[in-house]
Design a protein around this ligand. Structure first.
Ligand SMILES: Nc1ncnc2c1ncn2[C@@H]1O[C@H](COP(=O)(O)OP(=O)(O)O)[C@@H](O)[C@H]1O
Ligand SMILES: [Mg+2]
Length: 351
């Protein structure tokens, strides 16, 4: 592993912000730290960057323990959500900033700036000021500025947080390409699970200063290790008496179920397409429809319990809020109260 975080702890007064954090990032890998606000993501980045020292544990970069090495000598580039560019400096001057501080010769700075401006696709805008650029372009300049001194490790703290949805999606794929192309070891913080899953090689899921699971996106998605991960990976509520759902009557004592929207089909009772699942479905009321761009999210009320379903935009029949429908649940993620372990339970139709 190129970057290693070993048994790191951090307290702020009585509050434990990081509890025995250990993970590694391989050379050239892009890893996402994903978790709700306050889970400790920024605190980890700051410890790696040497901005805040951990109370216990080690930070290792390229085989060297860097606990006592100042941040400026750790070979790290940092991109923050609100790492505003210097307003009175041009694109070129912003990118050159870190190199000037290091007293790199002017000819080398110019060559490096030219190379980076090309890399971020902003050739021709070298002499523009930040307020003449779009939000996405500004964030690209922030990347270039972080990359200029050739860091060995790139740390990104919610880099797209302040940018609107469409550009954010473009920047995501762009980041993925750049990291692949430069083969730079990168750790990327986000609270947006779609962003984390789409961009990264592996995801570290955090909650309350602890790591809940580390794995490839598909693995985390299909095999959530804890109840928290099962709920967090998707807008999924936890239902205690899941034995009420048709097809899941064999409820296990001391457990609850996470109902994921993509495992729920909502349909009208007379829809012949769903005739085969009808005996394993149950009545529900469509409480709300929210548009999520390329799909709709339906809020369903099943006998007082609220669950969600996804539905494409292309269906011919329009749905009305308040109408009675049927819903069929394909699988549940069963979380054991004591062990917090997760098991998948298929609808008895499938067994
Ligand atoms: N300098 C600080 N002083 C006191 N508490 C802090 C400080 N920095 C962070 N915290 C607390 O530590 C927890 C984790 O913070 P942070 O790492 O910023 O979370 P995240 O980046 O996941 O949103 C939060 O509860 C936050 O309030
Ligand atoms: Mg943060």
């Amino acid at each position: 592993m190129f970057v290693e975080v070993k048994n790191v702890e951090k307290h702020f007064g009585d509050f434990q912000a990081l509890d025995d954090i250990s993970f590694g990032v391989e050379q050239g890998e892009l890893v996402a730290l994903l978790g709700p606000s306050g889970s400790g993501k920024t605190t980890i980045l700051r410890a790696i960057a040497g901005l805040d020292r951990q109370d216990a544990g080690d930070i290792v970069i390229d085989g060297r323990v860097v606990n006592d090495i100042p941040g400026s000598e750790r070979g790290i580039g940092f991109v923050f959500q609100n790492y505003a560019l210097f307003r009175y400096m041009t694109v070129a001057e912003n990118i050159a900033f870190g190199l000037k501080v290091k007293k790199v010769p002017k000819a080398d700075i110019d060559a490096r700036v030219k190379e980076l401006v090309e890399l971020i696709g902003l050739s021709g805008k070298e002499d523009n000021y930040p307020n003449e650029l779009s939000g996405g372009q500004r964030q690209r300049v922030a990347f270039a500025r972080a990359l200029a001194p050739n860091p060995q490790v790139l740390l990104l703290d919610e880099p797209f947080g302040a940018i609107d949805a469409k550009i954010r999606k473009e920047l995501r794929s762009w980041l993925r390409e750049i990291v692949t192309q430069l083969h730079i070891t990168s750790l990327f913080v986000t609270h947006d699970q779609e962003e984390a899953f789409e961009v990264s090689d592996r995801v570290i899921i955090m909650s309350n200063g602890r790591i809940e699971q580390i794995g490839a996106p598909a693995e985390i998605y299909s095999k959530p290790a804890t109840g928290f991960v099962a709920c967090f990976a998707g807008n999924a509520p936890m239902v205690e008496d899941y034995g009420r759902f048709n097809g899941f009557e064999k409820e296990r004592p001391g457990s609850a179920a996470v109902v994921r929207p993509e495992c729920v089909e909502a349909f009208r009772k007379d829809n012949p397409e769903f005739a085969d699942v009808l005996p394993f479905a149950q009545p529900c009321v469509l409480e709300d429809i929210s548009f999520r761009g390329f799909y709709r999210e339906l809020t369903l009320n099943v006998d007082g319990v609220r669950i969600y379903a996804h539905r494409g935009m292309g269906r011919r029949s329009q749905l009305d809020v308040g109408e009675s429908m049927m819903c069929y649940i394909d699988r549940l993620y069963i979380v054991d109260d004591k062990s917090n372990e997760v098991e998948i339970l298929e609808n008895s139709l499938l067994q």
